[in-house]
Design a binder for this molecule. Structure first.
Ligand SMILES: [Zn+2]
Length: 331
C-alpha cells in the first residue's frame, strides 16, 4: 500500500479496492499511519502523547457526508496540511454497506455493540464486523486508555437542527476519562440518552470510559452531493484537537444551542405501527400536550404528556421490536 492509496481511501473502498495489508507508512513530520484491518487506520505522531481520539463513520453505509469529511481529514494529514499531535484511530465501520451504499446489509450495526459480547451470535455480516471493530478498540485503548470517540452519522430525514449530538447514558460505575487535551464541539442541539443501548458511542463510553458522542452531520445525500462547508465548524474543532491547538479551551465537550433529553423511546410492536403526522417527520418537530403521536395495533397509542414533546428519528419502517422514534423534552 502507498500513501496514494490512503489519500483516496474512501474512493478505493467504494471502488471495491479493499486492501487488508497491515504495514505502516511513514508520513514525515506527521509520524506514521498503519491499517489495523480493512477500513480502520491508526495515525501515530512523532512525539509521544496520551492525547487520543477515535473518529468513526459509515456505521450506516449510506450516511455519506461524515465519510467525505473524514476523507478530507485523512488527505490533509497525509499531505501534512493538518499537523498530527494526537493518536488518532479512524474507522469506516460497515464496509460492505458502504460499498453497496445502503444503511446496512443484514442488520443495523449500531445495535450490535454489546457489552456482553457473548450475545453477538456472529451470524450476520454486521455481527462479525462488530466483533472485529471491538478487537481494534481493545488494541487502541490498551495503548491509549483515555480517549474521545465521535461516531459520525447523518440523518435520514431533514432536521430543524442540522448538526446535533446524542450523548450516551453513562452507567454509574463508569468514570469518564478526559485524557490529555480538551475537545469541544459546538452544535445546534444535543440529546441526552436516558437508558443503556447497544450503539457504538454507548459502548466506548461504558466499556472504556471514553468521552463519547454520536454526532449527526446534516441529512443523508448521495456521495459527492454534500455541501461540506456546512461542517466547517465541526472540522475546525476536530482538527484543533488533533493538532493540539486547544490548550486554552475551557469549554465543555458539547456546547449546544438547544438541549433535550430522551423522554420516551417509541418501540414498534406490530406491523400496524403508524405515526399520525404525515411522513417524513422533520427531526425536532414539536407536538403539543395531549397530541396522539402514534398508534400500534391493539397496543396503547402514544400521547404527548402535559408539556410539549419533540420527535427525532421517526421511522415506522423499522423491524418489529426496533426503535421507531425518540420522544424528547427540552431542558
Ligand atoms: Zn446513522
Amino acid at each position: 500500500m502507498t500513501k496514494a492509496y490512503f489519500v483516496n481511501y474512501l474512493d478505493n473502498i467504494l471502488a471495491g479496492k479493499i486492501d487488508e495489508a497491515k504495514q505502516g507508512i511513514g508520513l514525515g513530520v506527521n509520524g506514521s499511519l498503519k491499517q489495523l484491518t480493512a477500513g480502520v487506520i491508526q495515525f501515530q505522531p512523532v512525539a509521544s502523547t496520551n492525547r487520543a481520539l477515535i473518529l468513526s463513520c459509515g456505521v450506516h453505509g449510506d450516511e455519506t457526508a461524515p465519510m467525505e469529511v473524514i476523507q478530507v481529514l485523512i488527505r490533509n494529514l497525509i499531505c501534512n496540511r493538518v499537523a498530527l499531535n494526537c493518536n488518532l484511530l479512524i474507522i469506516f465501520a460497515n464496509l460492505d454497506a458502504v460499498q453497496q451504499q445502503k444503511r446496512f446489509c443484514q442488520e443495523n450495526l449500531n445495535r450490535l455493540f454489546k457489552l456482553d459480547e457473548s450475545k453477538l451470535d456472529n451470524l450476520t455480516l454486521e455481527a462479525s464486523r462488530a466483533k472485529l471493530l471491538i478487537e481494534c478498540l481493545e488494541e487502541f485503548s490498551s495503548c491509549y486508555p483515555n480517549f474521545y470517540h465521535l461516531d459520525l452519522h447523518s440523518s435520514i430525514y431533514d432536521s430543524y437542527f442540522p448538526i446535533f449530538t446524542i450523548l450516551p447514558k453513562i452507567m454509574s460505575s463508569v468514570k469518564g476519562n478526559m485524557g490529555n487535551g480538551r475537545l469541544s464541539l459546538s452544535c445546534d442541539a444535543s440529546i441526552q440518552s436516558n437508558s443503556p443501548s447497544n450503539t457504538f458511542s454507548y459502548y466506548t463510553a461504558n466499556r472504556f470510559g471514553a468521552v463519547s458522542a454520536t454526532v449527526e452531520l446534516g441529512q443523508s445525500k448521495p456521495f459527492k452531493q454534500n455541501d461540506l462547508t456546512q461542517f466547517n465548524q465541526f472540522y475546525a474543532a476536530v482538527t484543533d484537537f488533533i493538532q493540539g491547538l486547544d490548550s486554552a479551551t475551557q469549554l465543555p465537550f458539547i456546547v449546544a444551542k438547544h438541549q433535550f433529553k430522551v423522554h420516551q423511546v417509541l418501540i414498534k410492536k406490530t406491523k400496524q405501527f403508524r405515526f399520525t403526522a404525515q411522513l417524513p417527520i422533520v427531526n425536532f418537530t414539536q407536538f403539543s400536550a395531549g397530541y396522539c403521536v402514534s398508534t400500534d395495533g391493539e397496543n396503547q397509542p402514544y400521547h404527548v404528556g402535559d408539556e410539549s414533546e419533540y420527535i427525532c428519528f421517526a421511522n415506522p419502517g423499522v423491524p418489529i421490536n426496533a426503535r421507531a422514534g425518540l420522544m424528547l423534552k427540552q431542558l
